[in-house]
Design a binder for this molecule. Structure first.
Ligand code: SF4
Ligand code: SF4
Length: 136
């Protein structure tokens, strides 16, 4: 058994609600984030797409830091992690990867039905382990 967070990048709209919800929940200082949201675009600036019109592409990718605790205090009370709870598009799904009924497993199955592939970040990214990204 391992707790994991699924990020459905086909649903993420880059709103940063996850990041802000975490800060509010844990009363973090202004410059302290446990999850941030990366824009995968042209690299020229935030929210600028890759490609040439009309073939443009942009996506967003929440990056979980090693300081993320999976909201242990909320889990102990049977609650969802706050970032997952507040995400407006249900792009996040947390749970036991060995339990086929967990939200993680259920949403992962849904992503695979949509022919998404999955990946995790390599260690050099410095992010926490246990985050699975799904994208087409
Ligand atoms: S994961 Fe959800 S809350 Fe976070 S940026 Fe994406 S859509 Fe917004
Ligand atoms: S799981 Fe909890 S601690 Fe980790 S980023 Fe989400 S809200 Fe913050």
């Amino acid at each position: 058994m391992a707790y994991k967070m699924l990020v459905d990048m086909e649903r993420c709209i880059g709103c940063w609600t996850c990041a802000m919800a975490c800060k509010m929940c844990h009363d973090l200082p202004d410059d302290d984030y446990r999850v941030t949201v990366r824009t995968n675009g042209s690299g020229a600036g935030i929210d600028r797409p890759q490609g040439v019109y009309p073939n443009l592409r942009m996506s967003w990718q929440p990056i979980y830091q090693t300081s993320c605790t999976w909201c242990a205090e909320r889990l102990a009370e049977g609650l969802m992690p706050m970032c997952e709870y507040e995400c407006p598009t249900e792009a996040l799904a947390f749970g036991d990867d060995a339990d086929p009924d967990s939200r993680f497993s259920q949403n992962l199955a849904r992503c695979k039905e949509k022919h998404c592939h999955t990946f995790e970040l390599p260690e050099y990214e410095g992010s926490r382990t246990g985050v699975v990204y799904a994208t087409k």
